[in-house]
Design a protein around this ligand. Structure first.
Ligand SMILES: *Cc1c(COP(=O)(O)O)cnc(C)c1O
Length: 457
């Protein structure tokens, strides 16, 4: 029996979820993964990257098992997607049952109940008690793009305000909205018009220090909007309540409320891009709740449906209802399999109290990481909320980013069977996004592995 067979057998015996252990049997990536990587290189363009080219045979709970039988602790959740696990039984059962009934009709042709039920749930769980409407699309980028379309329609204005370190997707409009050139924008222009970028309250890098960062950054942004665009020309201000790809930056306290207040006073719609932060990830159902922000429109995706492609725009009913019939939609938006998955995910989050689980994960991770930072001056900042945590690596004694060290530590983690992701405008952030259902022992073991990876410096 090969190691591959034993991994799969064990997973079957365990009711679909592979054994919750770290196990490194080969070098990483192993021989079977390297074979597949060769086939891939001949079939898939290099523009599509992979953080770690181990090919997956099985996954679930807190592990990803590869085709060589290695079992890696998962600190990535497929980029904050599989919060309820990659093989959640409730998700799997509902999707299977739906696949037996029908896989597609197109909601714009002949509708079905699960789509409506997902929208009812989104209207209920997103911030604010006001009347809302939701509709469903396929990806985070599509959700953000639709939110901007609706904001322009509803306000009759053109300009969209975005922020330094923002990430909103890879379509023409959303890559324009995204801050970082490489790899997202380089060579892909010309970009969409009427997008304006403002400074972000980045506590670790704010010139006068973190204490006044929130109010100072808000004042700068508001001044620039006022002087450079003119508030009456601005349809929407679009922001991630915690910047994801930009480096898990928690905007300094006061920044988001000041912007929200400015929007309200000037008829500008506040769009929260909660694609990465949503659905319990940060210890609140939505990250906006942390400072009591009630956005006019919310874009959601990643954590919504356990990995089935689904995304949504939720917004104030009076705004959403403005758009003419047929102005919104798409062939696959709100696919019935994805809707069933989303209903299962929402039930798992609520029944399993996963916001509390996310908080607990943060309570375990942050002190350990602060300890690690005390021992390793290259760790310049430890930050994040809930199960969205990061460390920013710098040259000791400075704030100069150290992307090489970041890549080295990530590689050592991978070799030891811990799947971590890097991120950040300067490529110098290690980010941790464990599934919210990760067993606590694995979480702690993952942190041990990270400490070993630093000890080798
Ligand atoms: C991932 C992400 C997107 C884009 O989502 P896709 O599903 O990849 O199109 C948009 N905004 C944020 C904040 C994201 O993290």
């Amino acid at each position: 029996m090969t190691s591959q067979d034993s991994a799969l057998d064990a997973s079957g015996a365990n009711g679909g979820t592979p054994p919750q252990v770290r196990r490194v049997l080969t070098e990483i990536p192993g021989p079977r993964s390297r074979e597949l990587q060769e086939r891939r290189t001949a079939a898939v363009p290099p523009g599509v990257g992979s953080v770690l080219p181990v090919y997956v045979a099985d996954a679930g709970g807190g592990v990803v098992v590869d085709v060589d039988g290695n079992s890696l602790i998962d600190f990535g959740s497929g980029i904050a997607v599989t919060s309820v696990g990659n093989a959640n039984p409730r998700v799997a059962a509902r999707v299977k049952a739906q696949a037996d009934r029908f896989t597609h009709t197109c909601f714009m042709v002949a509708p079905y109940e699960s789509y409506v039920a997902v929208c009812e749930n989104l209207n209920r769980v997103t911030p604010g008690a006001h009347e809302k409407r939701s509709f469903l699309v396929n990806s985070g980028a599509e959700a953000v793009e639709n939110a901007v379309k609706i904001a322009r329609y509803a306000t009759g204005r053109d300009a969209v305000v975005v922020f330094d370190h923002g990430y909103h997707g890879r379509t023409l409009l959303t890559m324009t909205l995204t801050a970082k050139n490489m790899p997202y924008k380089q060579g892909f222009g010309p970009f969409a018009p009427e997008v304006y970028r403002m400074p972000l309250a980045y506590p670790f890098r704010w010139p006068t220090g973190p204490d006044n960062c929130g109010p100072e950054a808000a004042a700068q942004a508001i001044d620039q909007i006022t002087k450079q665009i003119g508030p009456t020309n601005v349809a929407a201000l679009l922001i991630e309540p915690i910047q994801g790809e930009g480096g898990f930056i928690e905007p300094a306290p006061g920044f988001l409320p000041a912007l929200a207040e400015f929007c309200r006073a000037n008829g500008i719609l506040f769009i929260a891009d909660e694609v990465q932060t949503g659905f319990a990830r940060t210890g609140d159902m939505f990250a906006c709740e942390h400072e009591g922000i009630v956005p006019d429109l919310v874009a959601t995706a990643k954590g919504i449906a356990g990995g089935l492609p689904l995304a949504a725009v939720t917004g104030r009913a009076d705004i959403m209802d403005k758009v003419h019939g047929g102005g919104l939609g798409g062939t696959y938006g709100g696919n019935p399999l994805a809707c069933e998955a989303a209903l299962a995910v929402l039930a798992e989050i609520e029944d399993g109290k996963l916001t509390e689980r996310a908080r607990r994960i943060g309570e375990i991770m942050l002190p350990r990481l602060r300890e690690l930072a005390a021992a390793h001056p290259a760790i310049g900042d430890v930050r994040g909320r809930g199960a969205m945590i990061a460390i920013e690596l710098v040259r000791p004694g400075t704030k100069d980013p150290d992307p090489d060290l970041t890549a080295r530590v990530a590689r050592r983690c991978h070799e030891r069977g811990l799947l971590v992701l890097t991120t950040g405008t300067y490529g110098n952030v290690l980010r941790f996004l464990p599934p919210l259902v990760i067993p606590e022992e694995l979480l702690v073991e993952g942190l041990d592995v990270l400490a070993e990876a630093f000890a080798e410096e």
